[in-house]
Design a protein around this ligand. Structure first.
Ligand code: ATP
Ligand code: MG
Length: 333
């Protein structure tokens, strides 16, 4: 087994979408192939921090998320998939880490700031949500990860994790290594509405479980160039969501270059362009969707995978806590 560790997670707040796939999942598959000791976490504690009053939604999305992982190619024989709340060592580490962070610093975290606006939390943010960067630091460091394959929105979280690790090492004892983010070539996929980020809670996502019809309908709605009305009109490529997606998903880079040129000069219609994109997305998603449908027939087997993964994750996190308690001089008995 590779000596390098990787940890990532997703909140069980909905199904996975193309943003996850291109921004993080593909890199996880790559690390899996390279033999990294990889952990993939279903971040239910974090999901609850934003919707404590809807535990049923978090619960139902545990299986959905696990199905997405397995269908996309995460192999439980090579990667440990686990549920965050069932590894209480992470909660314990979070509490100790909270002493190493100021409230002021938490309020400056750009990811938290953006998410607070998205979730309407500017005046009513739960303390648990406000401090979730600390919880994320505990997730990553409980497994002493070297690398975290994430989307661009998560970079401030990795920065804060390294700050916490540094402070812990300085105050107590050198325990944690520096963690590096692993970004993909599309670190932020915009939504079909052309907005900054595709997000599962933002109503602008194409999901890995979407049908061919849903994909076509969503691509139809995509934002292009509002001034490009007739096929013969010259059109804009920059900020044109269809081209952003072709850049991300179309394997034929040369052809995309040719299409861009044709679009800019005039003579390429949105209908033809969108047809191409819908077909490419369908060929990306179809095998995932089909595998997902098969796996969904046996939810018990999927839950058993999570049970085994969680057991292993807990053992590994407990090893870290042993070292942490010693470093903090709280290994009394
Ligand atoms: P939510 O709307 O609940 O915040 P989300 O769609 O943003 O959901 P998260 O669970 O917050 O998904 O993110 C999981 C991982 O996927 C993170 O590493 C994040 O950076 C990455 N990711 C999410 N959306 C995108 C995107 N549009 N482009 C690239 N990476 C993304
Ligand atoms: Mg998010």
């Amino acid at each position: 087994m590779h000596t390098k560790r990787s940890l990532t997670g997703d909140r069980p707040t909905g199904r996975l979408h193309l943003g996850h796939y291109i921004g993080s999942l593909q890199n996880r598959l790559e690390l899996q192939k390279k033999g990294y000791d990889q952990f993939v976490m279903i971040a239910d504690v974090q999901a609850l921090s934003a919707q404590a009053e809807h535990p049923e939604k978090v619960r139902e999305n545990i299986l959905e998320l696990a199905l997405d992982y397995l269908a996309a190619g995460i192999d439980p024989k090579k990667t440990t998939i686990f549920i965050q709340s069932l590894v209480p060592e992470i909660a314990e580490l979070t509490v100790y880490f909270l002493n190493l962070v100021t409230v002021l610093r938490l309020g400056q975290n750009p990811t938290v700031k953006t998410e607070m606006v998205e979730k309407g939390f500017t005046k009513t943010v739960p303390a648990g949500f406000f401090m979730h960067p600390v919880n994320q630091a505990a997730d990553i460091l409980a497994f002493r990860s070297d690398v975290v394959p994430v989307g661009e929105d998560q970079l401030p979280m990795i920065e804060q994790t390294n700050e916490i690790a540094d402070k812990f090492n300085r105050i107590y004892k050198k325990t944690f290594k520096k963690v590096a983010p692993l970004l993909s070539k599309t670190p932020r996929l915009p939504g079909i509405d052309g907005k900054a980020k595709m997000g599962k809670s933002l109503g602008n996502a194409i999901f890995l479980a979407d049908s061919g019809k849903e994909i076509r309908e969503k691509v139809q709605k995509m934002y292009t160039d509002p001034k490009h009305i007739h096929v013969s009109d010259p059109g804009r490529v920059e900020g044109n969501t269809v081209f952003t997606y072709l850049d991300a998903f179309d394997p034929d880079v040369k052809e995309v270059q040719r299409l861009k040129k044709q679009y800019q000069e005039g003579g390429l219609g949105d209908v033809a362009l969108k047809k191409r994109l819908a077909e490419i997305l369908e060929s990306t998603i179809r095998p995932i969707r089909e595998k997902r449908q098969k796996l969904a027939k046996n939810p018990k087997a999927v839950m058993r995978i999570l049970e085994k993964g969680t057991e292993h994750a807990r053992t590994e996190a407990a090893k870290t806590m042993h070292v942490v308690r010693k470093a903090m001089k709280i290994d009394y008995l």
